[in-house]
Write a protein of this length. Sequence first.
Length: 113
Amino acid sequence: MAHLMHFPCVANHPPNAECTTFSGQTMSTTLFDTHEYIKRLESAGIPTPQAEAHAKSLAQAMDNELAKKADLNQLRFEVCEFRADVNGQFTLLKWMLGFLMAATVGVLLQLLN
């Protein structure tokens, strides 16, 4: 029974390396040596079946619940993209408001003459 849990995209990559997923996004990798973890628990007096169950649960939690650096970088990229889009729309609104104000002033001047 192999105790070294391999998380997505770790084959032939060093720990904490980045690689490309099927969707084309990069994803960080995490290696968790469950065998070493089990040995540490056993040396602290934890029975082997309990240590194995704990190691398996921890490995699953690390794989599913932790935000990895690549996840945070992807979020940062999406926020920056959204911010640029909002800034662009705000700039467009400023130009439109300026144009409407100029047109209104022009119409008022024509009415006053």
